[in-house]
Ligand binder design. Structure first.
Ligand SMILES: [Fe+2]
Length: 434
């Protein structure tokens, strides 16, 4: 349980997961809680202007599942009575406020050894299951478009493999959510929302069965879009009011499809029907708010928006993960459940896998693997020197063991994106071969 307290109430022995100044969003968020060891540390935080701390009162526990009743067929969709939005994506969020990650204190306690071997070993299976998921989504989306039923057997099988992967290693499958190079946005997005929902659910300590039902709902969350005309679905620009009304029907249509599909739990149906509800009640399909929105739908909502923000679309360039996380942090409590946004930041890290970063040495690198104990010291692939001359072969370095090398900021890869993608792919190939 995370609780916000004034900095004056902070005491030694407390664990903190974040700090905040007076300006909204001017905060630090840590992937893992940090122990306050002495009064000097508290004084230092006060001197830096922090006014509030987020303390962890006990071990993270799953939020209670408060499943609203779903009697008979899923709701046909009440009118929200709210002004229509112009696109099937989040409304433009407030301006970016720096997370100031470079000021994050590094815990002094020795971190447990990280078994990178597990990550590399799991990556091979994770990549296979991701490919399988892409084929699965393409298949059931085409079935729905053709008016056929969804076969739940293959869905359960693939989601089961994804859940098993994330239980074996929490980072391998998650690292593949950065992949966007799929032929159709809706297909790739469905796979990524499933991976990110499982990541978040795993971070919350959900059971294997709960994760499975969450994953099934997440991979099917936009199934209703297959019944929306392609001219609207693939329109390269803003939708008209009438088009957006039609697009919004995908939650109702998806809910109806899942009601006709055998062996789908109500928990999974909630994801499809309610992933566009907002925490403050301003979303659709049924104008639900707060915990009245099923936990799984709240999780999928966070995953849905993060993937949409970080994806290139015909009409917009994808944001850097760091920028998307900052924007989502500012939307906590209104668009999203605050705790879930904070958990997303902690589970992905301030610099998620694949982030292009500049180091204190001036070298350029890409984040290879997060360090959950030391968020600012992940494992990276350094590919250019301080004068930006490319190395012949990228240098894989664990920043945890480095003195004088740390991340100073994320950078937009721009034209270097293909180079970074190649470096990451080659690193995976080398790792898998070893
Ligand atoms: Fe959707």
């Amino acid at each position: 349980m995370i609780k916000k307290i004034p900095i004056e109430d902070l005491n030694t022995g407390m664990y903190i997961s974040g700090l905040e100044k007076d300006a909204p969003g001017e905060m630090l968020s840590f992937m893992n809680s940090i122990l306050i060891k002495d009064g000097a540390e508290i004084d230092r935080l006060k001197s830096k202007g922090y006014l509030s701390a987020y303390i962890v009162e006990d071990d993270p526990q799953p939020l209670p599942l408060k499943t609203p009743r779903m009697d008979g067929p899923v709701s046909s969709g009440a009118e929200t009575g709210r002004p229509l939005e112009k696109a099937d994506e989040p409304v433009e969020p407030p301006p970016v406020v720096e997370l100031r990650a470079s000021e994050a204190p590094v815990p002094k306690a020795a971190a447990p050894a990280v078994d990178y071997g597990d990550f590399y070993k799991e990556l091979k299976d994770a990549r296979e299951v991701r490919n399988e998921a892409e084929d699965l989504v393409r298949g059931f989306m085409q079935s729905v478009r053709a008016g056929e039923e969804i076969e739940t057997g293959p869905v359960n099988e693939t989601v089961g493999r994804m859940v098993s992967s994330i239980f074996r290693n929490q980072d391998a499958l998650t690292s593949l959510a950065r992949l966007k190079s799929f032929d159709d946005y809706t297909f790739a997005h469905s796979v990524n929302v499933c991976i990110l929902s499982l990541t978040l659910g795993r971070h919350m300590g959900l059971s294997e069965t709960a994760l499975h039902n969450l994953g099934v709902g997440a991979i099917l969350h936009d199934i209703g879009k297959m019944l929306v005309p392609e001219t609207i679905l693939k329109k390269p620009g803003a939708l008209s009011d009438a088009e957006f009304r039609e697009m919004k029907r995908h939650t109702e249509l998806g809910g109806d499809i899942l009601c006709r599909t055998k062996d789908i739990t109500d928990e999974s149906r909630h994801v499809t029907l309610h992933h566009h509800e907002k925490f403050d009640g301003s979303g659709y399909q049924d104008s639900l708010s707060g915990n009245g929105i099923h936990l799984f739908a709240r999780i999928a909502s966070v995953a849905d928006v993060y993937d949409a923000m970080t994806s290139n679309r015909v009409y917009q360039k994808g944001m850097l993960p760091e920028v998307a996380l900052k924007k989502m942090y500012l939307m906590r409590g209104t668009h999203f459940d605050s705790e879930l946004v904070e958990r997303l930041i902690r589970s992905l890290g301030i610099y998620p896998i694949g982030s292009f970063v500049e180091l204190s040495t001036g070298e350029l690198a890409v984040v290879r693997m997060p360090n959950h104990e030391h968020p600012l010291q992940p494992r990276v692939l350094i590919f250019s020197s301080r004068d930006k001359a490319p190395y012949e072969k990228p240098l894989e370095v664990d920043l945890k063991g480095e003195i004088g090398r740390w991340i100073i900021a994320a950078r937009d890869p721009g034209p270097q994106k293909p180079v970074i993608d190649r470096i990451m792919a080659e690193a995976e190939g080398l790792s898998l071969a070893s």
